[in-house]
Design a protein around this ligand. Structure first.
Ligand code: URA
Length: 493
C-alpha cells in the first residue's frame, strides 16, 4: 500500500494523481492522506504546491480527459468529503483504462461524481447570492473595509473569493468561514485555511458590523412591496439562519402584513410629516474632505467598482478640450480615455475635421467607470446627476488649468457636466455658445453613433460630430489669428 500525502486542494491531488497513474498504481493500492493544517492561530496558504510522499518522483505524462470530465473533477474536488481524493482518483484511473462510462450518470461512480459536482455548483451559487459584506465603521489601519461571515456547504471559498475580487473593485474585504478566510487587499487575493477552534465564534469585528447591517437592512425593507413568495424563492428559508437579516425577516413580514407600517418605507420615515423639498444634487452630497488626487477620489461611490480612475490625455495647453461621458470597459482597464470602440470612431471624426488627437485634450465628465454585470460582461450604466456633480470638481479644475478656447461636449452627460445642470442636448447642438470665457460646442457622443441600427444613421451622426469638431477647429484657429494680431498691434517687451 502506498500512502500519498497531499495538501487538501485540487492542484495537489492532480499532480499526485498524474504521478500515481504514471506509476500504474491502482486505486486500491493507494491510501490518500491529507496534510493536517496546523492548529489555529497559525495559518497555511490554501494554494501552495503539492508534495507527494511515498510515490517515487518520476517524469509525468499528462492524461487526456474530456472537457466535461475535467469540469466534473474540478468541481467535485470542492465537495466536502474526506474520501473525495480517493474517489476522484478511482474515476481518473477508470478513464485512463478507457472506461468512458465513468463520466456517465448511468454509472454508479459517474452518478456519484455528477451529484458531487452539482452540489458544489449549488454551493457556489448560494455563496455568491448570500454572502453579505458589512462595512467596518472604525476599522484599524490595514483592516479590510468590508467583512463577511459565511458558512459554505463545500470548499467553495476560493472560487467565490475570485468572483468577488473581480467585481468589487478596489475596496478591501475579508470573507471568514469556519474553514478559512479570503482577504482581498485591493489588488491581490490571499487565501488562508484554518481549523475552527472548538466553540470559536466568528469574531468581534463581524459582530460589531452586524448591528450596522441590521439597521441598514431594516431601513431598506419596504413593506408595501412585500412579496413573500418571491422573497422565499430568492432567499430560501434555510439561509435565513445564516444571514444576519434572517432573524429580522419573520417579524418584519408579520408587521407588514398587519399594516403596522404606514407607508412604503421604514416606520421611522413613514411617521414623518411635512412636505418634501427638492434639493440640488450638489447639496445632497455628504460633506467630504477634498481628495488630494484623482486616484484617491471618494466623492461618490463609483470608485468602488472601477479598476482605477481614468484622467485625461493630451497637451495641458491644448486649445480644444473634448469632454466625453465616462470611461468604458476598455478605458477602465487601460487607465486612458477613449481607447475603446467609441474612441476609435471619435478618431475618425477628428481626422475628418482636419485635426489630430495629439492636439486635443480628452477627458470625461465622470472619471470612474459605472457599470452593471451582465453575465461575464460589464455593461455601461449612465452616470446619475449626483455622480456628475461630484466629479464636476475635477472637470472644473481641468478647465481652469487648460483654459481652452473651445470645449466640445460629446453627449448629454458631458453637456450637463459643463453647464452644471440637466439640459436637453438637442437645445444646444447646431451653434456654438459661451461658457465661462470659452466657446462651447455640443454634439453627439460617438457611442450614440455606434448604437445606430443602420450604416446610414451611423454615418449621419459621425458626419455631424466631425462637423462640430470642424467648427471647434475654426474657432480655435480664429483665436490664434486674433491673438497674433493682438500681439502684432501691442507687442510685449
Ligand atoms: N466613452 C466616453 O465617454 N469616454 C471614454 O473615455 C470612452 C468611452
Amino acid at each position: 500500500m502506498h500512502t500519498v500525502l497531499i495538501d487538501d486542494h485540487f492542484a495537489a491531488w492532480r499532480a499526485a494523481s498524474l504521478k500515481a497513474l504514471n506509476q500504474g498504481l491502482t486505486p486500491e493500492a493507494i491510501e490518500w492522506r491529507v496534510k493536517q493544517t496546523p492548529e489555529s492561530p497559525q495559518t497555511q496558504a490554501l494554494f501552495d504546491y503539492s508534495e507527494v510522499s511515498d510515490v517515487a518522483p518520476s517524469p509525468t505524462r499528462g492524461v487526456q480527459v474530456s472537457k466535461e470530465l475535467a469540469a466534473l473533477l474540478r468541481d467535485a474536488a470542492l465537495f466536502r468529503d474526506p474520501q473525495r481524493w480517493a474517489f476522484l482518483y478511482k474515476v481518473l484511473w477508470r478513464w485512463q483504462q478507457d472506461d468512458r462510462t465513468v463520466a456517465s450518470p448511468a454509472d454508479a461512480d459517474g452518478a456519484r461524481l455528477n451529484r458531487m459536482a452539482k452540489s458544489v455548483r449549488r454551493a457556489q451559487h448560494d455563496m455568491i447570492a448570500y454572502v453579505r459584506f458589512r462595512r467596518q465603521t472604525a476599522a484599524a489601519a490595514h483592516a479590510p473595509e468590508y467583512i463577511a461571515w459565511y458558512e459554505p456547504e463545500h470548499d467553495v471559498l476560493g472560487w467565490a473569493a475570485e468572483h468577488f475580487a473581480q467585481r468589487m473593485g478596489r475596496s478591501t474585504w475579508m470573507i471568514a468561514t469556519p474553514h478559512g478566510a479570503a482577504f482581498w487587499d485591493g489588488s491581490q487575493l490571499h487565501l488562508e485555511q484554518r481549523r475552527a477552534l472548538p466553540g470559536e465564534q466568528h469574531g468581534k469585528a463581524v459582530d460589531d458590523a452586524e448591528a450596522l447591517w441590521l439597521a441598514y437592512y431594516r431601513s431598506t425593507f419596504n413593506p408595501a412591496r412585500l412579496n413573500e413568495a418571491a422573497l422565499e424563492q430568492h432567499m430560501p428559508v434555510r439561509f435565513w439562519k445564516g444571514l444576519p437579516e434572517g432573524q429580522l425577516i419573520p417579524a418584519m413580514i408579520s408587521e407588514a402584513k398587519s399594516g403596522a407600517r404606514r407607508v412604503a418605507q421604514a416606520g421611522g420615515v413613514g411617521a414623518l410629516s411635512g412636505k418634501s423639498i427638492p434639493i440640488e444634487a450638489e447639496f445632497a452630497q455628504p460633506a467630504r474632505d477634498p481628495p488630494s488626487s484623482l486616484e484617491s477620489c471618494r466623492r461618490c461611490e463609483l470608485w468602488r467598482h472601477a479598476t482605477q480612475a481614468v484622467g485625461s490625455s493630451g497637451p495641458r495647453d491644448a486649445r480644444i478640450v473634448l469632454i466625453g461621458e465616462q470611461p468604458g470597459d476598455q478605458e477602465d482597464l487601460a487607465g486612458q480615455p477613449f481607447v475603446g470602440p467609441a474612441g476609435q470612431l471619435l478618431e475618425v471624426a477628428i481626422a475628418r475635421a482636419g485635426l489630430s488627437r495629439t492636439q486635443l485634450y480628452l477627458t470625461n465628465a465622470v472619471k470612474h467607470f459605472k457599470w452593471e454585470p451582465r453575465g461575464k460582461r460589464r455593461l455601461h450604466k449612465t452616470p446619475g446627476q449626483q455622480e456628475i456633480a461630484a466629479c464636476g470638481y475635477w472637470l472644473e479644475r481641468e478647465l481652469l488649468a487648460v483654459r481652452p478656447v473651445v470645449i466640445v461636449a460629446l453627449g448629454a452627460t458631458a453637456l450637463n457636466a459643463l453647464l452644471q445642470r440637466k439640459v436637453s442636448l438637442r437645445d444646444y447642438t447646431g451653434a456654438p455658445f459661451e461658457v465661462a470665457g470659452a466657446w462651447a460646442i455640443a454634439t453627439w457622443h460617438p457611442s450614440f453613433a455606434l448604437r445606430q441600427q443602420s450604416d446610414a444613421a451611423r454615418d449621419k451622426l459621425l458626419e455631424e460630430i466631425s462637423t462640430a469638431l470642424m467648427g471647434a477647429r475654426r474657432l480655435a484657429e480664429e483665436s490664434v489669428a486674433s491673438s497674433a494680431r493682438t500681439r502684432h498691434e501691442y507687442p510685449e517687451n
